[in-house]
Write a protein that binds this ligand. Structure first.
Ligand SMILES: Cc1cc2nc3c(=O)[nH]c(=O)nc-3n(C[C@H](O)[C@H](O)[C@H](O)COP(=O)(O)O)c2cc1C
Length: 203
């Protein structure tokens, strides 16, 4: 085994170990609304469930040269965002939205995606997604950083509305094969759902 003390590596080296090890990562496609009303959307693979009681999810938005990305700034200023599950049929469009664009340019329009009004919050969702979760910002935690300013904003969202494609919903469960989720590996690599198997948990 190779033993590595992260303190002896720079940020990029530690980043590479993390993104290559924590795989496959689910991808949230997050829409937010700027203070000027521009609909913003971008993918985030530092994403997971926090708790089901009440339903909460977390997305970690890294800062860029110490500056908050539009997603973090908008989610914090509006207190709302929509998280969509990335899937095979719109992953190319999602990828297009990851370009660094000025805050007044809507990535949604640029990628040819369709905005859809939310039911419980003012931030629209993306119609192409087959699962979307309207979220109210529960907490935004500035974390990390070695020079006194944080390296990321951890957005914790409370889900106030689920929207699920009829074809994927069966008696309270989600059809994983129908969803065709896409996950992130390191670099530009992605993975589809692989071979599935069952392990019965001991009682
Ligand atoms: C598949 C994928 C996953 C990504 N995951 C993250 C992530 O977890 N955290 C992050 O800060 N940026 C992530 N990015 C980069 C952001 O999507 C990118 O910086 C985007 O421009 C941010 O948009 P915004 O400035 O509109 O918020 C990811 C990009 C891709 C393509």
């Amino acid at each position: 085994m190779i033993a590595i003390d992260p303190k002896n590596q720079d940020v990029k080296e530690n980043y590479k170990l993390l993104i290559g090890s924590v795989i496959p990562r689910p991808i949230a496609f997050v829409s937010t609304l700027s203070e000027d009303g521009v609909l913003n959307a971008a993918p985030f693979s530092f994403f997971n469930i926090v708790t089901a009681d009440p339903p909460m999810i977390a997305v970690s938005v890294q800062r860029r040269n110490g500056e908050q990305k539009d997603t973090a700034r908008n989610a914090i200023s509006r207190g709302q965002f929509v998280a969509h599950i990335a899937d095979e049929h719109y992953i190319e469009a999602i990828n297009e939205t990851a370009a660094s664009l000025p805050p007044d340019v809507s990535e949604v329009q640029l990628a040819g995606l369709t905005a859809v009004a939310s039911t419980n919050i003012e931030v629209p969702g993306i119609a192409e997604a087959r699962i979307r979760m309207e979220c109210v910002l529960e907490q935004a935690l500035p974390l990390g950083g070695t020079d006194g300013s944080p390296s990321c904003d951890l957005l914790i969202g409370r889900v106030v509305q689920f929207h699920i494609d009829d074809a994927l919903y069966n008696n309270g469960r989600i059809d994983a094969n129908g969803l065709q989720p896409v996950s992130r590996l390191a670099g530009n690599d992605y993975a589809k759902l692989g071979q599935q198997f069952t392990v019965i948990r001991p009682s």
